[in-house]
Design a protein around this ligand. Structure first.
Ligand code: OSB
Ligand code: MG
Length: 370
């Protein structure tokens, strides 16, 4: 596969309602759409780095720079054999996993289209539909949160994740648990605690949570292992796991009992599959996390979540939960059993709505020559 040219687009996507986490509140989401052309085929990839460095150090602007100055020149007009070959050519760039993952996604889409295989088939997915939940941002008050959760439950979501931060943790979780005693419920702190302040979370252990996601710093596997010993509830790591090696070390240390897999965070779908395989061999449950993707990234997440080891519902909600106007013609809808169908057309299996894409585009760059 030889890529002839690549177009980068900086997109700004308007959310239907603000999304608030322990690291901030957003009303719109930035990302980069990577459009790669190879012998008449077009592949799309979504780079999930956001405008601000709150979830990760990467931003839309750093990813744009790394793609333009380093990653794309390393592969443009080259005969790239497969995904492993692509990653070898990108390995000289330290870090910047989201930039790499976006480019890898475009390459998977091209490969699927060239071989007439869906991404699910390329990755080894086994399910036609995957179980999903919804990630609910911080709300005005515990009462408002209960009403928001009620809305999602009535739409058919059977697993709820709520965002927490110091001062808005046990109270919020208790309110939801009291209102809905039997739902599958989990919390995500996005690194808002330290070993010292995490003591305020102990009452969560009595609320029958599925898991507690990323309470401590991303670079703090050791303290997560100390904290896990104090909880019966499984800790789940998101930000801390950047590779299969991290996953192995976290499990050896007892830093978590569940892993949230996001292809963007770990440098691409190939590394995401490697983490899945490692966890599956050890009987560790994994689930597919989300980064408020457009329809492009959503298609990728659904294919990934269809691998056999993804035994917990993913943060891969229906399209109508996110954007005023999405950039794919396909709309992912929630089935009555809290599942979403996995795309089965070649590659990602999505078509771009060019009018919506143009409206979302803030800037555009064509890279055709070295
Ligand atoms: O920590 O899982 C997270 C969104 C942006 C950044 C980080 C996270 C999230 C979510 C949203 O929880 C999941 C989704 O895409 O619905
Ligand atoms: Mg998370």
């Amino acid at each position: 596969m030889k890529i002839d040219h690549i177009t980068l687009r900086h997109l700004r996507m308007q959310l239907k309602s603000p999304f608030e986490t322990s690291f901030g509140r957003i009303q719109s989401r930035d990302c980069i759409l990577i459009e790669a052309q190879a012998s008449g085929l077009t592949g799309y990839g979504e780079c999930v780095a956001d405008r601000d460095p709150g979830y990760s150090y990467e931003t839309t602007q750093t990813a744009w720079h790394i793609l333009k100055a380093f990653l794309i020149p390393a592969i443009l007009h080259q005969e790239v054999e497969d995904v492993a070959d692509l990653q070898r050519r990108l390995a000289f760039v330290r870090g910047h996993p989201m930039a790499k993952a976006g480019l890898e996604m475009a390459f998977w889409d091209l490969m699927g289209k060239a071989r007439r295989l869906s991404l699910q088939q390329l990755l080894g997915g086994v399910r036609q539909k995957v179980e999903v939940g919804v990630s609910v941002g911080l709300q005005e008050s515990p009462d408002a949160l209960v009403r928001t959760v009620e809305g999602y439950l009535s739409q058919g979501y059977s697993r709820i994740k709520i965002k927490i931060k110091p001062g808005r943790d046990v109270g919020d979780a208790s309110a939801v648990r009291q209102a809905f005693p039997h739902i599958r419920l989990q919390v995500d702190a996005n690194s808002a605690y330290t070993l010292e302040t995490a003591g305020s979370l102990y009452p969560l252990d009595g609320l029958n949570m599925l898991l507690i996601e990323q309470p401590l710093d991303e670079d703090d596997l050791w303290d997560h292992s100390r904290l896990q010993k104090r909880f019966k509830t499984p800790l789940c790591l998101d930000e801390s796991i950047l590779s299969a090696r991290h996953a192995r070390q976290a499990l050896e240390m007892g830093a978590c009992r569940v892993i949230n897999i996001k292809a963007g965070r770990v440098g691409g779908l190939s590394q995401a599959v490697a983490i899945h395989n490692l966890c599956q061999a050890q009987g560790i449950p994994v689930w597919c996390g989300g980064m408020l993707e457009t329809g492009v990234g959503r298609a990728s997440n659904l294919a990934l979540a269809s691998l056999p080891g993804f035994t917990l519902p993913g943060d891969v909600s229906a399209s109508d939960r996110y954007y005023v106007e999405d950039i794919t013609q396909e709309r992912f809808v929630l089935n009555a059993d809290s599942t979403i169908d996995v795309p089965d057309k070649p590659g990602l299996g999505v078509t771009i709505d060019m009018v919506a894409l143009e409206r979302a585009t803030q800037g555009k760059l064509l890279l055709a020559h070295l």
